[in-house]
Design a protein. Structure first.
Length: 155
């Protein structure tokens, strides 16, 4: 029985010493007034909303675009798109949008490269543009079936 009391006394003593030795925990917030943070958040949200309105008004005029008709124009367009992909994020975004609008299979490597871009807008535009090219394989054109070479021997 004395061993039981000694064990209980040791546990109680350990709990008391643990409670006394701990540092008091700091409060999470020094004050509960968050009105300054709320005001700052509202100001930032208003700025973002104003920028969104300005961006939509800037991009409103859409220019009619014609795809290249000759092979020389097609090559020039591909080179232009490649050069734009090596420039800043705005030019990369324009290149991806133009490649998606063109829809030619030769721009697929460019669109795949856009999927791995650091700018999220470029990635979204590339994903939307490459979606048009998704689907099953195109069926091969039907070829007329030739009879075997020794058809005379078969009859």
């Amino acid at each position: 029985m004395t061993q039981l009391f000694a064990g209980v006394a040791t546990i109680v003593l350990a709990i008391i010493l643990y409670g006394l030795g701990r540092k008091p925990s700091k409060p999470l917030l020094s004050s509960t007034d968050v009105s300054e943070v709320v005001a700052l958040n509202r100001a930032q949200v208003e700025l973002v909303q104003q920028e969104g309105v300005e961006e939509t008004s800037e991009h409103a005029p859409v220019i009619a675009w014609q795809p290249p008709s000759t092979s020389a124009e097609r090559l020039a367009m591909q080179q232009s798109l490649r050069r734009s992909m090596e420039a800043g994020p705005d030019l990369r975004l324009q290149a991806i949008k133009l490649a998606g609008q063109w829809g030619h299979p030769s721009v697929l490597p460019l669109l795949r490269r856009g999927l791995h871009d650091s700018d999220s807008q470029v990635v979204e535009a590339a994903a939307a543009a490459i979606e048009k090219h998704r689907g099953g394989l195109k069926p091969a054109p039907a070829q007329p079936v030739r009879p075997p070479r020794n058809v005379a021997r078969m009859r």
